[in-house]
Design a protein around this ligand. Structure first.
Ligand code: FEO
Length: 404
């Protein structure tokens, strides 16, 4: 990544990883990602905020050489996860004078995950400051904006918020500093969906705190810096709030087209009512399971309903539907309604399994809809009726609860 100046003596010096295809080994990152690292120079001291994922540390060292950084006084770790703290030992080997600075929660996880000795960490509490000489870094934890340890530091004189994972984007385009292209907004949504959505309520509090702080720039740990914070605050306020769109997302798999037929009939009927419908076949191709599930996860950030549709394999749901159910259950979108539908050969316990797998979703569960074999005219009537019922529920959501 080219050096990126934010202010005099403040630079982004991290690494690009444009080839990364998956984050956390399941969420697609079609635009790769970055591991951001920041240098802040004061009159007396130099701080490095977060190192990078370990295999990318040479890129960070090149940037530090380019800037002529021959001394690091403080190595600030905002978050323990290996994509940030993974190269902490390399930094300390190159800059042995550096003192590691972190909150107690980071200190605890550094010991667990990187076997980093507790007594080598200078511990900071909420509101504590680090004086670099004419430059002040103020610490504020933002727990569960991914892990319990995520922390921000605010460079008071420049009004720059270093926000750790919060407000990040999986987006690695060298030289693209626009920070608000449609492409980047898509990366932002995908990032939010996987990393922040499971802790939506906590995240909403951190977003409100950020708005009150009113930083000039927001410098996250992934993707471009937000030079206009509104470009990230407004979407985050929409996603972390309780409002939804009149939108149904349907993830389906079909072996002999019966379930596909059910989904198509159901989706068309919903659309006739004016409800937006997103349908994705999660098993059409070898990589559909991760790619299409990723699309559904992205769309789930503001959807009103989730439908999982699958045929029965042996006695249970198709394994691809099990995967989708597991992912959605873990990421906890704010959908208000959920439903299972599918076709079976002669008997099925598929619905029971999907119900068990999605128990953490707070959404009202609608009766499942099952068809034996290929849908008949009678079945089509049933599918229409069930679509009408779901549409009525979605159209009944008060206007003040709907995202503009
Ligand atoms: Fe970017 Fe939670 O690590």
């Amino acid at each position: 990544m080219p050096l990126h100046k934010l202010a005099d003596g403040v630079y982004e010096v991290g690494a690009l990883d444009p080839e990364r295809e998956l984050f956390d080994s399941f969420m697609p990152t079609p635009m790769g990602t970055t591991y951001n690292s920041y240098i802040v120079r004061g009159e007396d001291k130099v701080a490095l905020i977060d190192p990078v994922e370990q295999p990318f540390v040479d890129e960070l060292f090149e940037h530090l050489d380019e800037l002529g950084v021959d001394r690091i006084d403080y190595l600030i770790s905002l978050h323990t996860e290996q994509d940030h703290a993974g190269s902490i030992w390399d930094i300390l080997e190159a800059y042995p004078e550096a003192e590691v600075v972190a909150t107690q929660q980071v200190q605890k996880l550094l010991e667990t995950h990187l076997h980093f000795p507790k007594d080598k960490v200078m511990v900071m509490k909420d509101g504590d400051t680090l004086d670099l000489g004419g430059r002040t870094l103020r610490f504020h934890p933002i727990p569960f904006s991914h892990w319990p340890d995520n922390t921000t530091v605010y460079l008071e004189e420049e009004k720059i918020l270093f926000s750790s994972d919060l407000f990040g984007t999986h987006y690695a385009k060298p030289g693209d500093n626009s920070a608000n292209s449609l492409e980047q907004q898509e990366g932002l949504r995908s990032y939010y969906a996987e990393i922040m959505m499971p802790y939506r309520k906590q995240c909403a509090r951190h977003v409100a705190w950020t708005r009150e702080l009113a930083p000039r720039y927001i410098a996250p740990a992934h993707g471009p810096v937000w030079f206009n914070p509104e470009h990230v605050l407004q979407p985050y306020e929409a996603w972390t709030g309780d409002k939804v769109r009149r939108k149904v997302i349907i993830g389906y798999v079909s072996m002999h087209n019966s379930t596909r037929m059910m989904v198509e009939i159901f989706a068309r009927r919903l659309a006739l009512h004016g409800v937006d419908v997103i349908t994705r076949d999660i098993a059409a191709h070898a990589d559909s399971l991760t790619v299409e599930t990723g699309v559904l996860v992205n769309e789930s950030v503001d959807a009103a309903a989730l439908v999982i549709a699958a045929p029965t394999v042996l006695i249970g749901p198709h394994p691809s539907a099990v995967y989708l159910a597991g992912v959605m259950n873990a990421l906890k979108p704010k959908v208000r309604y959920q439903m299972f539908m599918g076709s079976y050969g002669w008997s099925s316990k598929a619905a029971d399994t999907i119900v068990a797998l999605t128990g953490d979703l707070k959404a009202e569960r609608l009766d499942h809809l099952e068809v034996e074999g290929l849908p008949t005219e009678e079945d089509i009537e049933r599918i229409h009726k069930r679509a009408d019922e779901l549409a009525e529920k979605i159209l009944s959501i008060p206007e003040e609860d709907i995202l503009a």
